[in-house]
Design a protein around this ligand. Sequence first.
Ligand code: AMP
Ligand code: ZN
Ligand code: ZN
Length: 404
Amino acid sequence: MKKLLFIIFLTAFLKVQSQTPYTILISFDGFRWDYSEREITPNLDKLAGQGVSALSLRPCFPTKTYPNHLSIITGCYIEKHGIIANSFADPLTGEEFSLSNRNTVQNEKWYKAKTFWELAEENGIKSASYFFPGSELKNPKRRPSYFHYYDHNLPYEDRIDGVIDWLKLPIKERPKFISLYFHETDSYGHKYGPDAPETNIAIALLDSMLGILMHELENIDLRDSTNIIVLSDHGMTEISTERVVNIEELLNEYEVKIQGEKPFMLIEPDGDEIDEVYEILKLHDEHYSVYKKQKIPEWFHYKNNNAISSILVVAENGWSLVTNDWLESFNKYAGKGNHGYDNNHFDMHGIFYAAGPSFKNNYKTGTVWNIDIFPLLCEIYMLPVSENIDGKSERINFILKENK
Ligand code: AMP
Ligand code: ZN
Ligand code: ZN
């Protein structure tokens, strides 16, 4: 009897395994929601026709790369997964996390939430990542089976070849869930601004990479069994050296620690000077909003974390907050675009496209939220959704094909 039950269970398990689709989650860094309306993205258009396209993807605050990729892959707001900025300090130890420091990006202690790769692997679903923030932790239990150390200059075609090679592995070794990352639209958006012809070239280039990937999937006969999700971590807005507030100058009589980036600043005044510093900043708040930590609006979901300082300043969209030190380099190298601002501002929104066996065909929807992608993936792979996450399946699952 026991043997029979085991065989039934095993057969059911293998059936589910063979039926679970492949999914490739592709991130186009800084690809603003409206870039796909410029008639230079035929492959995204094709994907939209075959599957689901959303008006935009709403990121979390602050609208920066590392924090938002972690929200996408954990389903948690930034205050919960702990990567509160691209670079920040642990207030207890003074240690710094930075996306450009390999030791810190690989150290699991900074990452407080479970990633989808982890959940998938725990449930017997092999996963892989050709670059994605949070995918290269030293602890093998907290990363995908297959991954690569981030190499900004690795040609895009090599990344696609790498993904296709994984999909050509023998079935037992082959990953079912793969993430993939391209930075071009972010780099060009920063340098030339979101509306520049150079940025359009970057947009078209990434679109052509999607075309190559779709073609390669057809060549290995996996196009029909693969979900392709294309999304971005945030948008981009035009900035100018004319729209600058020097915060340090306003606070020149105070000892303050400043973290953050030009679209937002985290300020820690010395001991009992929080109220005074806040009042001075409030007096000059024409082109930014300033909040004491306890009063940061709930919609930011950016409060419940030790590393967030006592005062948060959020620049008006397109304005830059600087210190004396930052000002000189800002004037020289600022470029024409930036992101990191209020996540509800449309300029900060990204894209969301999804097509494949799990998704409805030719279905257009409004804005979806990036924290809901994790529960969406859980639904696709029939994995349990933890109650601790912030994402909600009921806000996004309507884009999936309904079982008839
Ligand atoms: P930012 O525009 O400052 O929010 O960050 C964008 C930059 O993040 C890109 O140009 C990449 O150099 C960097 N980046 C993206 N993914 C990773 C990664 N997995 N590890 C380290 N740096 C990354
Ligand atoms: Zn980014
Ligand atoms: Zn950027």
